[in-house]
Write a protein that binds this ligand. Structure first.
Ligand SMILES: Nc1ncnc2c1ncn2[C@@H]1O[C@H](COP(=O)(O)OP(=O)(O)OP(=O)(O)O)[C@@H](O)[C@H]1O
Ligand SMILES: [Mg+2]
Length: 303
């Protein structure tokens, strides 16, 4: 899809991203000139009811939601030839990109970023919606340092005794064990993925890596594979913060934080300047400031 193309009331002015089923474009409203992000179903994908349902995902569910830490979905247009979703445009980058490029705002503002992700997630859960794909690529950090949860492709309304029906969907490095095992899941599965995201933010690596889906997924579920501590990789992280992250990442959902409100409560107690606080604690400073990002090959298992 090219620059200058007109879609409904919008003119495309630059491609942001291409996924398996959709492209995201920066677009300008032809009436008021305001900028938006358009998620457009790829022209070559057959517009079968199933594909369109996959494309829309949870966009309809989150459409009316308004929270500073969620990307606002403004409209879902189901035109026969080219379905698209209109979102607020966030000028900036996703958290994964910031980590790979050692964006200093991310290291310095880690607690604040985690707090704001947690607040967006808490709001979503209060609206009885599960995100099901919390990970750094789906967190947008704006140039004005807003933090917003994006990508509601897998979002669903919370059901009673919710079970993944046929196969797992999610991202292998972040998905909760109970979802891998196709067991009952609830908001605690999002808390697990939030925990892995927090671990990656603080250490520059995911706790369970591997070369195949099978290898990574089995590490999530195995009782015998324990994650290395956060401070093993980044001693400047206060113990208090490490405990919160580990509390989110417990393999058994019953041992995890039961809801995000409690994660927020505990994050509020963590000193915002993690580095300074660990120095006050007399923490090990060997690696402080030397954090390197360890890229992992991330794949999405489709439902
Ligand atoms: N509203 C937005 N404003 C600016 N950039 C965005 C916006 N939404 C998404 N992006 C950028 O596009 C990237 C991909 O977006 P998103 O995660 O929604 O799609 P995807 O993962 O490719 O799609 P899907 O999960 O549906 O296959 C994000 O990581 C972000 O960099
Ligand atoms: Mg995504």
């Amino acid at each position: 899809m090219s620059f200058g193309k007109i879609i409904g009331d919008y003119e495309l002015i630059g491609k942001i991203n291409k996924g398996g089923i959709a492209e995201i474009h920066k677009a300008r409203h032809r009436g008021n000139g305001a900028l938006y992000a358009l998620r457009i179903m790829l022209p070559q994908i057959p517009k079968t009811a199933r594909n369109v349902r996959l494309f829309v995902g949870g966009a309809e569910i989150v459409k009316s939601l308004d929270h500073p830490n969620l990307v606002k979905v403004l409209d879902v247009v189901l035109s026969k030839e080219m379905p698209y979703v209109v979102m607020e445009y966030v000028e900036g980058n996703n958290l994964k990109h910031c980590l790979i490029h050692h964006d200093s705002r991310v290291q310095e503002g880690a607690v604040d970023i985690l707090m704001r992700i947690a607040q967006g997630l808490h709001f979503l859960h209060t609206c009885h919606i599960l995100h099901r794909d919390i990970k750094p690529e789906n967190i947008l950090i704006s140039d004005r340092t807003d933090v917003k949860i994006a990508d509601f492709s897998l979002a669903v309304r919370k059901g009673k005794d919710q079970v993944s029906s046929r196969s797992i969907s999610g991202s292998r490095s972040y998905i909760a064990p109970e979802r891998i095992l196709l067991k009952r899941y609830d908001e605690r599965s999002d808390i697990y993925s939030f925990g892995i995201t927090a671990y990656e933010l603080l250490t520059g690596r995911v706790p369970y890596a591997g070369t195949t889906d099978q290898e990574v997924l089995s590490k999530h579920v195995s009782r015998w594979v324990r994650p290395q501590s956060v401070r093993r990789w980044n001693p400047s992280v206060p113990r208090q913060l490490e405990e919160i992250v580990m509390g989110c990442m417990r393999k058994d959902p019953a041992e995890r934080y039961p809801h995000v409100g409690l994660v927020i409560r505990d994050l509020e107690q963590v000193p915002r300047d993690a580095r300074r606080s660990s120095e006050q604690e007399g923490g090990d400073k060997r690696q402080a400031g030397n954090l390197r990002y360890n890229p992992v090959d991330e794949e999405v298992a489709e439902e």
